[in-house]
Structure formats: C-alpha cells, structure tokens
Ligand binder design. Structure first.
Ligand code: IMP
Length: 427
C-alpha cells in the first residue's frame, strides 16, 4: 500500500502545499478531500510561485491524476478562474477528476458567509468569506447542490427551484436582496458545461488506483486545529481536516490509510479569531511574521505568530494518527538568541497536557516553555541534517521528544530544492 496523507497539524498555513508538491513528484495521484477555495497552497519551483486554492497540488505534473473528492465544496466559477490562471502561466497539460458527490458553492453561500460574520460583530470567526460554512450547512441540511445534479441542466434547475426560495428567505431576513433564479441558472449552467468533462465517481477511480498499487497522496487543507470536531470550536472551518476524515471524504476504506505526515511550522501561526496560547504579542512576533512572510494567501490578512506548541501537536497527532512530521519554515528562526517550545499549559494553577474543550478554559491557559539557545547561521542553503548547526539540531530533537513523533522532512526555504528528507514517505 502506497498511500500518504498530508495533514496540517496546527491552524493551517503550515506549508502543506510545498510538501504535497514535493511528494507529488513521486506520486501517481493527488487527492483533495475536504474544504474548498478557502485553502491557499503556495508552491514555488524554477523561480515561479503559484498559489492554489481548490485545485490539487499535483496539477503541475501532466502524469498525475488530480482528484477533487466528494468531501470538497467547489465554487465552479472560482475553480475555472484558477484553471485559467494556471493555463495563462503555461500549465496547460493536466488531469483533473471531480467527484460527482462533491457540493457546489453557490452565490448565496458567499453572501450568507459575509452576513453571518457581520452579525456576529465581536464574536466573528474570521472566515475567508468564500461561502464554505453555509455550503457545508446546506449539505448537512440536505438542501445542497451536488456536482452530479449541477452538470445536468434539468436537475440543476429543479435543485435551484427547491433551494433558492429557502435561501432567499434567509437572505431577506438578513437584509439582503433576494437572488433571481434564472440569473443564477443562466450564469452557472455555463460553468457546469465547462466542468462536466472532469466529473466522475472518484471513489471508483481511487479504488482502481489502490488496486494498481499507485502512489496516492491525500492533500489536507487547513489544519487539524481548525477541525469542526477536534479544533477550537467555533473558531474552526466547517469540515474535518484530519486524516480520519479522509476515507469518508474520498469514499475509500479506512484500512487504506496507514501513513500520516503532519506538517508543522517550526513556530506557530493562526489567522482569524480564537485562542492561541503561545501567541507572541511583542516585536519578536512582527520579526517572525516579516521573516516568514506570514500574510494570508487567500485573504492577505497578517497571521498571528507564536512559539511552537507541543500540546497542540500532541492533540493533532492523536486525533489524526500522525506518524511523521515535516518541519516547515525552519530557516525563519535563524538569528534568534533564544527559541522557545511550549511543553504544557498552566490552567488555574495546575499543569495540563491537553487542549480543554471549553474555549473559556483554553483562553485561560498559559504556556509553560522550554527555552533553548538559538542559532545565528543562515540555514537556507543547508541540504543535509548533519550540516545543521548543533543548536538547530537540539531544537528539532526537542520537538521529536515532546511530540513523540519522528521528523521525516525539514524545509529551509520555499523552493523544492530547500527540502531535507530524513525518511521517504513512499518507502
Ligand atoms: P472558513 O473555512 O472560511 O469558514 O473559515 C473558518 C476559519 O478557518 C477562519 O479562522 C479561517 O481563517 C480559517 N481557515 C480556513 N481555511 C484556512 C486555510 O487554508 N489556512 C488557514 N486558515 C484557514
């Protein structure tokens, strides 16, 4: 079995795009299983930089099958624009397969996402306003529009006739003008025609690939701390970015998942609201933000920056079955006198090693740090673990020890070449 799941093990933006792209060089199939164009996967190679949102990271290799599985929510307009952008930059040969069971993000989802956020005022989640939450809500409420119905004009119209009156009532109750059915239908049926050639039953396709012993890479979006079930609810996304969600979101057996690579920044970041115990509020935070270019790929918002948190890592390791780590943006920490790793929290005078479910309790958690000596050397051109400064090695060893997980990959810069492999995930 040659299947690797790549998951974000913090709050998203860990560098999954780079790692997926790197591993994709040895993969036959790359699968996005959840989320939609709220993701922003940055990939750099050959002096070029690409930012993918809903399209899987194997798109640059014409031999790779890129699957957008049933657990995804797809904005067809945005996806077609993304494809057009790639084509304009020379990516013209690719293979895409879209699940007939994935759900479609409609214009009312985007309007509702924005409206709910405004209503929440100080309690807003800080969503990407791409309509992700309202689309998943309609899926659970059984009024969503699936790709199979979307690409059939009659079914699409019937779905809209059933759903739009309900959504228009919701929009009007929020002070937004109702949408016209024929306007949406006429615009979206054109997108449907364009995506139809890519649509199939991706569960069947994946089983065939598994039977052929193909190398399959499941590319997680967001991070496990943004999981609807195991994240810092309600400051989460509306799907599950954990490895355990992959079988359901792709229509494959759980027994096909055995290798899980957790991608983690050498420090920590978060966009949007919600507790973040190791957040650095002083100028050191701004220093790391600038060095790491910590601004949202999708929303351009400055990311909140904090120290590496092994309590978070142990939580995501447990809920996602992470058995290897990829440590990203390691070069960003060069030049600091001291570096810190959070090993536990103090909650109301007691030391704890878990993430409290109650957000009030989580907000009261204070990090307990281990402080280590930093390293001054620029490590962006280091190509092997042995060449790393001793203090940098000490830092990595401490992460392995505290998270009980082996490091398989280390990234010291955005380019594919700036990646050290300690363990081959497809071995
Ligand atoms: P939504 O997914 O747009 O509903 O946003 C919900 C929360 O997840 C917000 O805090 C977003 O900032 C966060 N989020 C969603 N997608 C990503 C991502 O790809 N990286 C980091 N944060 C994300």
């Amino acid at each position: 079995m040659n299947n690797v799941v790549v998951v974000g093990s913090q709050w998203g933006d860990e560098g999954k795009g780079k790692i997926t792209d790197f591993l994709a060089c040895s993969a036959d199939v790359v699968v996005r299983s959840q989320g939609g164009n709220n993701a922003g996967h940055t990939i750099s190679f050959g002096g070029k930089k690409f930012a993918l949102q809903s399209i899987p990271s194997g798109i640059f290799n014409p031999n790779i099958k890129n699957v957008m599985a049933n657990g995804m929510v797809i904005n067809p307009k945005a996806m077609l624009e993304e494809l057009k952008g790639l084509e304009e930059r020379g990516i013209t040969k690719y293979q895409i397969f879209i699940s007939n069971r994935a759900h479609i993000i409609m214009p009312y989802h985007i309007l509702l996402d924005g409206a709910y956020e405004s209503l929440k005022k100080d309690n807003k989640i800080g969503t990407t306003k791409k309509g992700i939450g309202p689309c998943y809500a309609d899926k659970a409420n059984r009024i969503g529009i699936r790709v199979a119905d979307f690409i059939n004009e009659d079914s699409f119209k019937k779905c809209l006739e059933n759903t739009l009156p309900i959504k228009n009532r919701e929009l009007e109750s929020l002070g937004i003008a109702p949408l016209n059915l024929m306007d949406i239908f006429n615009e979206y049926k054109e997108y449907a025609k364009k995506i139809k050639p890519y649509v199939c039953d991706t569960s069947i396709l994946l089983e065939e690939e598994i039977e052929k012993n193909s190398k399959i890479l499941f590319e997680g979006a967001q991070g496990c701390m943004l999981c609807l079930d195991h994240g810092t609810y309600p400051y989460v996304t509306s799907s599950s970015p954990t490895a355990s969600s992959v079988p359901l979101n792709c229509g494959i057996a759980p027994s096909y998942i055995n290798k899980v690579l957790g991608v983690a920044k050498a420090y920590n970041t978060r966009v949007g609201e919600g507790p973040f115990p190791t957040e650095i509020h002083d100028e050191l935070g701004s220093y790391i933000r600038e060095r790491g270019h910590e601004y949202g790929t999708v929303t351009k918002r400055p990311r909140r920056v904090g120290w590496f948190d092994s309590v978070v890592l142990n939580h995501t390791r447990r809920v996602s079955g992470i058995n290897y780590l990829a440590i990203m943006l390691f070069d960003v920490l060069s030049g600091l006198d001291k570096v810190k790793i959070c090993r536990a929290y103090e909650l109301d005078g007691k030391e704890i090693n878990y993430i409290p479910a109650s957000l009030d309790e989580y907000a009261r958690c204070k990090p307990i740090y281990i402080e280590l000596d930093g390293w001054k050397e620029d490590i962006t051109n280091v190509h092997s673990y042995d060449e790393l400064p001793q203090n940098a090695k000490n830092y990595l060893k401490k992460i392995e020890e505290l998270t009980k997980t082996k490091i398989a990959m280390i990234s010291v810069g955005p380019d594919r070449m700036q990646t050290m492999v300690l363990h081959d995930m497809f071995e």
